[in-house]
Ligand binder design. Structure first.
Ligand SMILES: Cc1cc2nc3c(=O)[nH]c(=O)nc-3n(C[C@H](O)[C@H](O)[C@H](O)COP(=O)(O)O)c2cc1C
Length: 326
């Protein structure tokens, strides 16, 4: 009997397929349908720091002893309250882990909100800090440092596992994962997908670039999970980006991830895709005599034979030129 169970960020999952934060997970009913279709866990649609701060600034008065009461009353009645309601309702109808998600870029007062997330019963909190850095006077390293400061501050308010969902615009994800581990992160997701701008040359307008990923987008996540899982083995990783089938998930596990986050393929193929993905993974395991994920997880990380030659390579040298026909 093939056992697909895994542990990610301290959460026991029946299988490694986590549904990513997106419109797929913005109601409790959808979350339950995803569970019925075979999801191992769900990450709820993110709430954004700006949403929290607008409401927080408007209502919070630290000199008022009853400020917190006002805040919580207001939260219940408005958008933040709806988010808390989503967590509560998803927890009520689902038996799989429910992970809340906050899209944030500062370590300011909003971080207290994490306490409400914990009180609402979320099993973990995913923080999504991805942002494009464009300031002319930007000091190198401050973006990465902000990840650490947000984590440190949120950890003051909650005990639940904190998962850091990283963007790809980092100089050295290994150093950051190491710092996040040292500061108590329970898991790292590699990588989030940014909104991408495009230009329509007929109308002269901007429009949103391709929203969806491709199967080949998994390669950068494989690189960094493959390196990080060898360098910082006591951290849990999940691959996000391009996991469209069970074989892509198999690659992610071989590189050293404990789970995968899945989005595009579920928009395209519906929740039933989850069962097919689990079957593909199970079939691959059965054919090789693996009974559990632990038997092959990380087998192809950086330390595996020849791993560094593939994960650390960036340049196409003459050696590769035969691939391109002139
Ligand atoms: C329509 C849509 C909405 C998304 N919303 C969020 C979000 O609210 N928070 C977040 O962290 N990621 C969000 N994402 C990113 C996904 O969670 C995921 O990381 C990304 O799509 C890459 O995974 P995939 O290749 O399986 O699509 C969204 C993606 C899509 C396509």
């Amino acid at each position: 009997m093939t056992d697909l169970s895994t542990t990610f960020a301290g959460l026991r999952l029946k299988n490694p397929f986590i549904v990513s934060s997106s419109g797929l997970t913005d109601t409790a009913v959808k979350c339950r349908q995803l569970e019925d279709a075979g999801a191992g866990a769900v990450v709820l649609k993110s709430i954004f720091e700006e949403q929290i701060m607008q409401e927080h600034d408007h209502w919070y008065d630290p000199s008022n002893a009853e400020g917190s009461d006002y805040l919580s009353t207001y939260l219940r009645a408005h958008s933040l309250g709806q988010h808390i309601g989503l967590i509560r309702e998803a927890k009520r109808v689902c038996t799989i882990p429910v992970i809340a998600s906050i899209n944030c870029s500062t370590h300011s007062e909003w971080t207290e909100y994490a306490g409400f997330v914990e009180d609402a019963g979320a099993d973990a909190l995913e923080l999504n800090i991805m942002e494009v850095q464009t300031a002319m006077d930007y000091e190198y390293g401050t973006y990465e440092q902000r990840h650490i400061e947000v984590l440190q501050r949120v950890r003051k308010f909650v005990h639940l596992p904190i998962i850091m969902k990283l963007g790809m615009n980092l100089t050295n994800p290994v150093a950051l994962a190491n710092q996040l581990c040292a500061n108590g992160a329970a898991g790292v997701v590699m990588f989030n997908r940014p909104y991408r701008p495009d230009i329509n040359i007929d109308t002269g307008n901007f429009h949103a670039g391709e929203l969806w990923t491709r199967l080949s987008d998994i390669c950068e996540s494989l690189r960094w999970v493959g390196i990080c899982s060898a360098r910082i083995p006591h951290m849990d990783y999940a691959v996000s980006g391009g996991v469209h089938d069970g074989w892509a998930a198999t690659k992610a596990l071989l590189a050293g991830s404990s789970a995968v986050e899945v989005c595009t393929t579920l928009y395209w193929n519906g929740p039933q895709r989850l069962r097919a993905m689990a079957e593909q993974l199970a079939q691959w395991m059965e054919e090789r005599g693996y009974e559990s994920i632990g038997q092959f997880k990380g087998r192809m990380n950086m330390d595996a034979a020849g791993g560094h030659r593939f994960y650390e390579r960036t340049q196409f040298m003459k050696y590769f030129s035969g691939y391109v026909k002139n």
